[in-house]
Write a protein that binds this ligand. Structure first.
Ligand code: ADP
Length: 454
């Protein structure tokens, strides 16, 4: 089927409905007019018969000749009087001497209205017997229907002429209105077509009409907003990832090239290979982290949760990191609830999350400081906190530390991680329907905490 615009389709539907409505309206008014006019005709015919009865009653029936005369006068006075016929048992009274217009057979002895054609013309004929003083007078009154028919015909012609005119005006008006109403749709389509991944910052025009179109444009703009943010994030991730990978790759290349430039002693080669190994390790860690985040982006992270004692896990991790802390001159300890801290958690996930937080705390706390991993009961669950007495985080950096590849102190980036640790930790917290919160005072220390549901 040929493609039709909404405006045209609306107009066609609207015109079809209007045509049916107009046809129905015309037909019904035509029928009603016919009915009313005929009823008027019938009433006037009945009045004439009533008039004849009055003449009968006034004149009495003593003298048939006088009665005949009075009735003839009555017939002469009323309109269409020559179409009045009346007879008694002795014969015709009106029209006396003249030939009656309608055949005598029509003068039935029952009350009856009929529409008939006689001598090439249409008539409404009313016959009614009048009983008076033992005598039955058969009456017939009639009126030609030309006038009534002419009115009905004129009315029908008027309708036939008016309906197409009204229909044309309404169709043109309807089409114009629908075009006007839908004009913003064309505009929105035009702008939407021009939007691609290259210019996602473009927005649809929002018609200030307070209607569906305005709501549609606003909703699409919100969709574009979200898309733009997502695309920006992906772009930044890709750019940051390649940037992060470039450094270890360059280091590996440079170290290898330097070592191969001339013959060297075995110790030199060993040193170079250790450096290469170190950089390769960094690269594997980085790619593993990136893979974790990329997976989390592409599919819903579904970590199976089970009831577990967080105290036991914290104790294990503190014990595991004790040596490293000691080597750095940091006091690492656990501060646990008296009874088992049971919550719904994914063991591997929470282990990784805590390791990231403990690793950061140890990384950003100078020698002589302390790091405390705590469990405590909170409303509806168990709170996990990692508090350190380290350098703290500047207020302007605080909102960004969970962003990918963000490092508050770029200068130290080679020593620290790639800035993915907290992103992964937050992603794990989200998979537990929780969120890591941070409080930090520069120079005093930081505290990262989250609550797991029991
Ligand atoms: P990184 O691998 O660089 O540690 P993270 O995502 O784990 O990346 O952390 C992002 C940034 O947040 C870090 O570069 C650091 O500046 C800051 N940060 C995280 N934890 C701490 C902490 N305990 N004390 C001070 N700064 C921290």
């Amino acid at each position: 089927m040929a493609r039709m615009s909404v405006g045209l389709r609306l107009t066609i539907w609207y015109s079809a409905v209007l045509l049916v409505a107009l046809a129905l309206f015309g037909f019904l008014t035509w029928i009603a007019l016919d009915h009313w006019l005929m009823r008027g005709v019938d009433e006037r015919l009945a009045q004439k018969v009533q008039g004849m009865r009055t003449v009968l009653e006034v004149e009495g029936v003593t003298d048939r000749h006088v009665l005949q005369q009075e009735l003839s006068e009555f017939a002469e006075e009323v309109p269409d009087g020559r179409l009045i016929q009346i007879r008694d048992s002795r014969g015709l009274l009106v029209p006396g001497a003249n030939e009656p217009f309608f055949p005598a057979s029509l003068m039935a002895v029952q009350t009856e209205y009929r529409t008939m054609s006689w001598r090439g013309r249409a008539f409404r004929v009313f016959t009614k017997p009048i009983e008076y003083q033992g005598e039955t007078y058969a009456t017939l009154v009639a009126t030609p229907l030309e006038d009534v028919r002419a009115v009905i015909r004129d009315f029908r012609n008027l309708l036939l002429a008016m309906v197409p005119c009204v229909l044309i005006v309404a169709c043109l008006g309807g089409y114009w209105i629908s075009r006007r109403a839908l004009a913003p749709v064309d505009e929105i389509t035009r702008v939407a077509r021009s939007i691609s991944v290259q210019n996602l910052s473009k927005r649809l025009i929002v018609p200030q009409t307070g209607d569906e179109l305005q709501r549609m444009s606003e909703t699409w703009n919100q969709v574009l907003e979200r898309l733009e943010t997502a695309v920006k994030r992906i772009r930044r991730f890709t750019a940051d990832a390649s940037h992060e990978l470039r450094t270890p790759v360059a280091m590996i290349r440079a170290t290898a090239e330097l070592a191969l430039r001339r013959d060297r002693d075995p110790e030199h080669y060993r040193k170079s290979l250790r450096e290469i190994e170190h950089e390769a390790e960094r690269m594997s860690e980085l790619t593993a982290s990136m893979l974790t985040l990329a997976r989390a982006d592409s599919e819903e992270v579904d970590l199976p949760l089970q009831q577990m004692d967080l105290n036991a896990l914290v104790e294990e991790l503190v014990h595991q990191n004790a040596r490293l802390a000691e080597a750095k001159g940091i006091r690492l300890r656990a501060e646990l609830t008296g009874k088992p801290a049971v919550a719904a958690a994914n063991e591997a996930g929470i282990r990784r999350l805590l390791l990231i937080l403990i690793d950061n705390a140890l990384k950003y706390t100078p020698a002589g400081g302390s790091v405390t991993v705590m469990t405590s009961e909170s409303s509806g669950g168990i709170s996990l906190s990692v508090r350190d007495s380290g350098e703290g985080i500047q207020a302007e950096a605080l909102p960004h530390i969970f962003e990918r590849f963000y490092r508050a102190d770029e200068a130290r980036s080679r020593n620290g991680g790639a800035g993915l640790g907290l992103s992964i930790a937050q992603m794990i917290a989200h998979a537990h329907r929780s969120r890591i919160e941070v409080e930090s005072t520069p120079g005093t220390g930081s505290c990262f905490h989250l609550t797991l549901q029991a």
